[in-house]
Design a protein around this ligand. Structure first.
Ligand code: ADP
Length: 471
């Protein structure tokens, strides 16, 4: 039923995890390098522009000290600058620093253009020039430029090339880190796997203290696992108990059946009356066995959600009175009084047979776990659009620890073991009521008694009389 995950699958899932980790690490390394390159580019540009600006300021200062016009051609262009352009209205003067470039393109250059690594002819596009532009108080504008292709730009290009190289080597480091992290991430899972394997091998269904201590971050999972183990253990104990009960409950009618048949076979007298009586005993006992098996099958059906309901309009108090009548004799034997009260005409759409089984189970429990000389009160009332049916007894009651478990399949209360039962009744009651869209609740006090309350949706007068089969 259970198959161990194949090594291939484990390996494959591990592979994907490693690859994912690797790409994440590599992506972030690349991102960091990219951001670093951007910063560096802006730093280099800023610094180079500052150099040009400083050189231009020095140039202007020298002119001021010499009280010469910036247009005086004898002023020498500093070596940090390739050209200085002086613009007054439509007149321009170009002073170059000995560069052998063709400056004719400068005529059309916007006098106010400035920035780093621009194209002189198209200042909006990328190029290699550093441009600084200043207004000189009057209408004059002075603009300085320098070709950065042999100073700043090579530094930047080297940085980019270095970044690519680092990214290439980082791939290897990232892959190793991904392997390491993946291994680390799987460490608690490996411990968990080992623990479960050991637990399964020892068949003790309990995790040892040491294993739990080792669990670290997986403590919550260990706790859940322990809960599962505990629940399974309880279930096994209950199933063993239930199996004992079933065996015991089936043995009695089967022994009686066998005894009746044996007695009839051994009797010499060919008296048809005694054979008839033996056959009738056999029939009665086999009927009992059959009905027990039917309950078990119905419970299984209800739990599997495949219960078929033959719905019809049912008057609640009528079915209750019928069942109460059937149990009158049993109740009298225990000196218990049954009362059944409620208005007629509260109609529900229900499977009449199953509904009667529900009432029978609740009444049977009321008598079984009731007080000798006590009472079981059955009442019905209409609350909003529902029929509320109550079965209240003054018997042994149910403790707080047990009350949530009584609906479980095969559960039997500790103090109920002296009475006959399979622990299936309430489970069946709940399944049938819920299959009808109803609800069942219980309130109880130990040694004071219990009250089971069923809420059943009433049907509108228009749908009364219709029969319908539902799953
Ligand atoms: P069974 O009666 O065969 O044990 P049920 O499913 O009918 O199984 O009930 C489950 C348990 O709920 C019982 O074993 C008993 O402990 C508790 N119980 C049910 N009805 C009553 C009741 N009226 N008073 C006290 N305990 C009850």
């Amino acid at each position: 039923m259970f198959s161990e995950p194949s090594n291939m699958r484990i390996l494959l899932s591990g592979k994907y995890r490693i690859l994912l980790l690797f790409f994440l690490l590599w992506f972030f390394t690349g991102l960091l390098l990219f951001i670093n390159t951007l910063f560096l580019k802006s730093n280099i540009q800023h610094q180079q522009l500052q150099n040009v600006e400083r050189a231009l300021n020095n140039y202007l200062e020298t002119m001021n000290t010499l009280s010469s016009s910036p247009f005086s051609l004898h002023n020498r262009v500093p070596h940090e600058i390739d050209f200085i352009r002086l613009i007054r209205g439509k007149n321009q003067l170009l002073v170059t620093g000995g560069s052998n470039m063709a400056f004719t393109g400068l005529v059309g250059l916007d006098p106010t253009a400035k920035g780093a690594w621009v194209d002189l002819l198209h200042p909006d596009e990328d190029g290699s020039w550093l441009l600084v532009s200043k207004r000189l108080g009057n209408e004059d504008i002075i603009q300085a430029g320098r070709d950065d292709s042999s100073t700043g730009i090579p530094i930047y290009r080297k940085t980019v090339a270095d970044s690519y190289r680092i990214l290439f080597y980082a791939a290897l480091i990232c892959f190793c880190l991904a392997l390491f992290f993946s291994h680390m991430m799987r460490a608690p899972l490996r411990i968990l796997q080992r623990t479960i394997k050991q637990t399964l091998k020892q068949k003790n269904l309990l995790l040892s203290h040491d294993e739990r201590e080792e669990g670290g971050d997986l403590q919550p999972i260990y706790q859940l696992l322990e809960q599962i183990f505990y629940q399974n253990r309880q279930l096994i104990i209950e199933m063993q108990g239930a199996l004992d009960n079933v065996a015991h409950d089936l043995r009695t009618p089967m022994t009686r059946l066998r005894a009746a048949a044996e007695y009839a076979l051994q009797s010499d007298a060919a008296d048809p009356q005694s054979y008839r009586s033996a056959l009738s005993d056999c029939l009665e006992e086999s009927e009992r066995v059959l009905s027990m098996l039917k309950v078990m099958m119905s419970v299984a059906e209800a739990e599997a959600g495949t219960m078929r309901l033959e719905r019809q309009s049912v008057d609640v108090i009528e079915t209750l009175k019928d069942v109460a009548g059937l149990y009158q004799y049993v109740a009298e034997e225990e000196l218990i009084t049954i009362s059944c009260e409620g208005p007629e005409g509260l109609i529900v759409s229900a499977d009449k047979t199953r509904l009667s089984q529900v009432w029978a189970n609740l009444l049977d429990n009321g008598i079984k776990y009731g007080n000798e000389s006590g009472k079981v009160e059955i009442t019905v009332e209409k609350v909003n659009n529902q029929a509320v049916i109550r079965f209240c007894d003054d018997g042994i009651g149910i403790s707080d620890t047990e009350i949530n478990r009584i609906w479980d399949r095969l559960y039997r209360g500790d103090r109920s073991r002296t009475k006959q039962g399979l622990g299936l009744g309430l489970n069946y009651v709940k399944a049938v009521v819920e299959a009808h869209g109803g609800q069942v609740l219980v309130t109880s006090k130990v040694r004071k008694g219990s009250c089971f309350e069923i809420h059943f949706p009433l049907i509108s007068s228009a749908s009364i009389g219709k029969t319908e089969i539902t799953d």
